[in-house]
Design a protein around this ligand. Structure first.
Ligand code: GLP
Length: 262
């Protein structure tokens, strides 16, 4: 049975999760002896979350000075200044607007001369920073988290992955709907790397994600659907709108809902 805690809400998921992140960072380590290590996703789903994180920073409610971030993934062989690189996405939606020290930002280097070494170094750096305290993610229509496509081993490390057709066609919308323009490979944090995070929050919205949410909560743990790896995570949440939760039996929601989550 899935240990994932499900929260179905009609509230703005970005605001809900950004508020939770603010609380976690602000109460984490008041003496600043340890950094707060966070995993940051890309995609459309987290855009509101970033908008509210920036707002909290600008209002003086939140500082990122003690935060170390690790992005989940990046395309291989895409210039970091390409508008659709995840480097650009993060600068545009978060890093250019907050006070995180540049040296605390980590995004996989999809242009490294030695990609395998870059992947190994990425996992090493996560470990040397004390591991990920809070991992945030979205989910692909086929259940991928980060870019862990169906079939990814549940103990996989950060590595080079080949995107499947489903993902390439879903992401073509960011490349003028030209599937040929979408990079075919990426560096992705592995499922093993994600399972090692102390807390995981996956945000899901829209009917296109309903099957992935159903598999995560009511399906069996199977490498054919990567998100199901989280069924064995001791501290994983899915925060979902009603559409993404629409295939679930009604008993699946935590019911204690937002209040206990916050
Ligand atoms: C990409 C990213 C994933 C993300 C997924 C869903 O494939 N690599 O990390 O979760 O897209 O994105 P969206 O939120 O746009 O549906």
């Amino acid at each position: 049975m899935s240990k994932i805690k499900l929260i179905v809400t009609e509230q703005n998921i970005g605001l809900l999760v950004a508020t939770y992140i603010k609380q976690r960072i602000n109460t984490f380590n008041p003496t600043f002896t340890k950094p707060f290590v966070i995993g940051f996703p890309t995609g459309s789903t987290p855009l509101d979350m970033y908008k509210y994180l920036v707002e909290f920073y600008k209002n003086g409610e939140l500082s990122f000075k003690n935060v170390i971030s690790f992005n989940l993934d990046e395309y291989v062989n895409l210039d970091v200044n390409h508008p659709e690189s995840y480097h650009s996405y993060m600068r545009k939606n978060l890093f250019d607007h907050i006070d995180i020290p540049a040296e605390n930002i980590n995004i996989p280097n999809g242009n490294a001369a030695d990609l395998q070494a870059a992947c190994r170094a990425y996992d090493e750096k996560i470990k040397s920073c004390g591991g990920i305290e809070l991992f945030l993610g979205g989910v692909g229509r086929n259940g991928h988290i980060a870019f862990n496509e169906p079939g990814s081993p549940f103990d996989s490390p950060t590595r080079v992955v080949t995107l499947n057709e489903n993902t390439i066609s879903a992401n073509a919308r960011f490349f003028n709907n030209d599937v040929n323009a979408v990079p075919k490979q990426a560096i992705s944090m592995g499922l093993g790397t994600i399972m090692a995070a102390r807390e995981v929050i996956i945000m899901t919205t829209g009917v296109k994600k309903a099957d992935a949410v159903y598999q995560a909560i009511e399906g069996k743990r199977d490498i054919k659907c990567s998100i199901t790896v989280l069924q064995e995570h001791p501290n994983a949440y899915i925060v979902s709108d009603r559409d993404a939760a629409s295939l679930l039996s009604t008993s699946a929601c935590m019911k204690c809902g937002v209040c206990s989550f916050m």
